[in-house]
Design a protein around this ligand. Sequence first.
Ligand code: SAM
Length: 223
Amino acid sequence: MSGCLSIVATPIGNLEDITLRALRTFRECDYVLCEDTRMTGKLLSHHGIKATLRRYDAHASERVHEMVLEDLAAGKRIALCSDAGTPGISDPGVLLVARARAAGSSIEAIPGPSALTAALSLAGVPGNQFTFLGFVPQKKGRQTFFATLPEVVQPAVCFESTHRIMKALEALLIHPTATVMVARELTKLHEEVVVGTPAEVLAHFQETPIKQKGEFVIIFRAT
Ligand code: SAM
């Protein structure tokens, strides 16, 4: 028997953004590891799938990792997903994948949505290079992060939360001629893409405070 760990991408908002292969994997696996069983439960019930859900998040213990590795060795098929998007992209999964790979387990990717690629696909940026910087640092290193943005391969893409989006846009004012794109609530009802100089984009969100709520991807271009 050969077990397999399937890394399954799930919707970043619109529940229809899921591949046939992802749905089949959820249907056929022995259990699903997910960050929040209620959230994944909602997705699966939307698609009429009943599966055993087990919690796996950033705080998963050594014991949990061992149990998963034992199950893989015993031939179980295990799906791993996060709350939204692709596991391992600023989401749990990296450690489990590394452990499974070191143990010689079979691992497969079930690709699909990610806020990173969705935002880039809307950005219309020239060239085929970009730098993904993950989440903007919350405290330490935040100033340096914004100051050194023009030094990375352009465009620079980062995630920001609703709590800090305005602070991030204010910090970007140090690059007055840069172009910033903010992709908000992608694939959801209030999806919005705002492009302009840092001052223009900041003004847009200041004018309508309700728009400061949601999930955000920032794409920065110095030139
Ligand atoms: N692994 C996920 C992926 O591949 O999309 C990213 C997970 S990370 C914990 C969550 C961050 O992704 C949010 O804070 C936000 O910056 C971004 N994000 C997720 N969904 C989004 C959406 N629908 N619209 C814009 N940004 C989103």
